[in-house]
Write a protein that binds this ligand. Sequence first.
Ligand code: ATP
Length: 351
Amino acid sequence: MTGLILENVEKHYGSACAVRDVNLHLPEGKLVCFLGPSGCGKTTLLRMIAGLESLSGGEIRLDGEDIGHTPAHLRNFGMVFQSLALFPHMTVGENIAYPLKLRGVGKAEQQARVVELLELIQLQAMIDRPVAKLSGGQRQRVAIARAIAARPKILLLDEPLSALDAKLRESMQVEIRQLQQRLNITTILVTHDQREAMTMADIVVVLGEHRVQQVGTPIEIYRHPANEFVADFIGSGNIFPATSLGNGRVGLPGGDTLEVPASLGVNPGERIKLLVRPEDVQLSSPQASAGNRLLGKVTFVRDIGATIETTVECSGVSFTALNTPCQGMDLGIGQPVSVTVPAQVCRLLGT
Ligand code: ATP
């Protein structure tokens, strides 16, 4: 099978487990994000793939070949770390040429490749500039050009954007994604930022508690989280304890019931967790009658410009709604309100 395959990959430091039993198939040409909270094992897993960390168990194969014990310099993977690790005393051109020089590529070919890469990252005019005199975004691009200079089989990016301010970070996310698609290079990006993963990835691998929690496209992970950990980590959500009543209904702690898709199939009496995304919660006047509706009282309102966040207490739980100002009502604390939750947006989670 082509692509990168990880089978039962494990990493232990003494008695502590950093990565537990990871099984993954990363297809060729895709951008895969390792996403998870701090300390869950993202960097350790990436470093094992790079060959910078030994495996405590399992196998790593690339296009069918076992590379789990191949030294890092023989894997031909390009890497960009958070620190970028550019050589400050060298020019842009010298930095990009460095990996080619290490591989014994001739001067003329080095030069031609540097020119080609500078065109790709649109820094043609800066070939002789010391990297110390570049902006954060320009340095970022040079680091990526250097990582892909030797035409690596895989590009590994470990939180490369975390030192940038929010606006530059967003534009670099788009640039990296476009470059990756143009070059069709298999790329693994480590991030703890779920927005970054959602906007950049073909496939998201959610890691938590040192193991893989779910693998899927960004929309699968968001709309159909495998468990409470993923639902909670990806985006904000209303997650409540509930009891299945059978026939596509669940009971909330305060005694009210809601319709959920019957296809979610849980046995009557089973205790489950109900997930409703805040943008799916609709608020209306308490007199409104139709639909999957609960009556409650507003406990919190925050206008954040593009959206209004409202919290409503009903049936023993707190629903948060995110509406655009034109959808929202002009609500104040303590006001009675009706909360409508369309059945098709309700998800039941395994715990
Ligand atoms: P962050 O987002 O904060 O970088 P991460 O998800 O990348 O976190 P890792 O750096 O992979 O997490 O660390 C996973 C676990 O392994 C952590 O508990 C960490 O303390 C531990 N760990 C990592 N490197 C070592 C090491 N060299 N020796 C001992 N423990 C380590």
